[in-house]
Design a protein around this ligand. Structure first.
Ligand code: CA
Ligand code: CA
Length: 101
């Protein structure tokens, strides 16, 4: 049975492959594929009221080589930023709640 972190790495890779292969280049996320991935795979973290122009802005921020699609490297860089944000957000939260005695 794989460890939790191994499952997380596999989920990151499989999510990209699953959505990127839906249309056009199977190794890159189009704006539509990116939108589906965000809506279905990040339902809690993504704001619920994103508009089409918000997805357009997000794609242009993630698309560092400006080919109008998100490749695996760009996807991983964005997820890294998301992890950093989560780490900062939860940094001072105790992971071991105090024992009531
Ligand atoms: Ca694609
Ligand atoms: Ca790109």
């Amino acid at each position: 049975m794989p460890m939790t972190l191994e499952k997380a790495v596999a989920a990151i890779v499989y999510a990209f492959q699953g959505y990127a292969s839906r249309e056009g280049d199977k190794y890159k996320l189009s704006q539509g594929e990116l939108k589906e991935l965000i809506l279905k795979e990040l339902p809690t973290l993504a704001p619920t009221s994103l508009r089409e122009c918000d997805y357009n802005n997000l794609l242009s921020k993630m698309d560092t080589n400006k080919d109008c699609e998100v490749d695996f490297t760009e996807y991983i860089q964005a997820l890294g930023c998301l992890c950093l944000y989560c780490h900062e957000y939860f940094r001072d939260c105790s992971s071991n709640p105090s024992c009531p005695e």
